[in-house]
Design a protein around this ligand. Structure first.
Ligand code: ATR
Length: 272
């Protein structure tokens, strides 16, 4: 029987994961099917348990269920433990439900491999302190940047994140307006651009060598990347590569093969 995979979310109809995983499967000659699963807001756990009871091999998890998946997992990877959220589920040999979070690895792979932007010794500014940022911090810290500053509208949330990761690295915390240095890399992990909004950042955070990365993506340049370009940053990258790379990392967990992502990122970009 063809191995079954799916992505669970609510809403889910517009997910690009089925297309991405079908492309991976064709490229690596894997016999699998990958569909979307709409879970009721109060019924995530039932959908997951039914899926695996019926022989399903692996699930991706998206909004708003990544925290549910974290609680529901019986075993967590180190990245997932710290992330407080899970986006990839599978069963191990003992039939235990395992959870990983590949978002951070996806971001780091896109930056370091696809964009050739190394994080080691860089001064990094991260905007936002919600689930998206918590999910990517551990793999970023692993790359040994010189410093990480988290700036958020609600500073207490950034303080909490810094506390939670203090065992791995001392993280600076700030509001947006009082940032007073120029950064090598700025990563936007706020959902502000969903409302076409921009965090009120001082111009000085951007220099001519600054690389800007928006975890969001779209057919048009994001509001944050547009601003970053106007301010003269060296490069602006959106989150489409991160999306494909987090999928590739999940595919590797399930199938133990590494798809080549470059052409697939292009193909998904062309369809936006
Ligand atoms: P996600 O899972 O996408 O991270 P979240 O946990 O709700 O969602 O976090 C959203 C993040 O975007 C938060 O850092 C939020 O700032 P607050 O902690 O102050 O709420 C940030 N955010 C959302 N809208 C914003 C806006 N218009 N301007 C600046 N920051 C915004």
């Amino acid at each position: 029987m063809t191995d079954q995979y799916a992505v669970v979310g609510n809403p889910i109809a517009h997910s690009k994961s089925p297309v991405i995983h079908q492309l991976f499967a064709e490229q690596t000659h894997q016999d699998l099917a990958y569909k979307t699963l709409l879970a009721p807001l109060d019924g995530f756990e039932q959908v997951v348990s039914d899926f695996f009871n019926e022989g399903g091999k692996g699930l991706n998890v998206t909004v708003p269920f990544k925290q549910n998946a974290w609680h529901y997992s019986q075993l967590l990877t180190e990245a997932a433990k710290k992330a407080g959220a899970v986006n990839t589920l599978w069963l191990n040999e003992e039939n235990l439900l395992c959870g990983d979070n590949t978002d951070g690895v996806g971001l780091v792979t896109d930056l370091e491999i696809n964009q050739q932007v190394l994080l080691v010794n860089k001064k990094i500014l991260i905007l936002g302190a919600g689930g998206a940022v918590r999910g990517v911090l551990e793999p970023i810290i692993t790359k040994q940047p010189a410093s990480i500053t988290i700036a958020n509208r609600t500073v207490s949330k950034a303080d909490k994140l810094a506390d939670d990761f203090a065992d791995l690295m001392a993280i600076e915390v700030s509001n947006f307006t009082e940032l007073n240095e120029t950064f090598d890399i700025i990563i936007n992990g706020t959902s502000a651009s969903l409302q076409g909004d921009l965090p009120p950042l001082p111009d000085r955070v951007i220099g001519s060598q600054t690389i800007c990365y928006d975890m969001m993506y779209g057919a048009e340049q994001t509001a944050f990347n547009q601003w970053a370009q106007e301010k003269g940053s060296q490069k602006q990258i959106d989150g489409l590569g991160m999306l494909v790379e987090q999928a590739a990392a999940a595919f590797h967990i399930w199938r133990e093969v590494n798809p080549t992502t470059k052409g697939i990122i292009k193909e998904i970009r062309a369809g936006l």
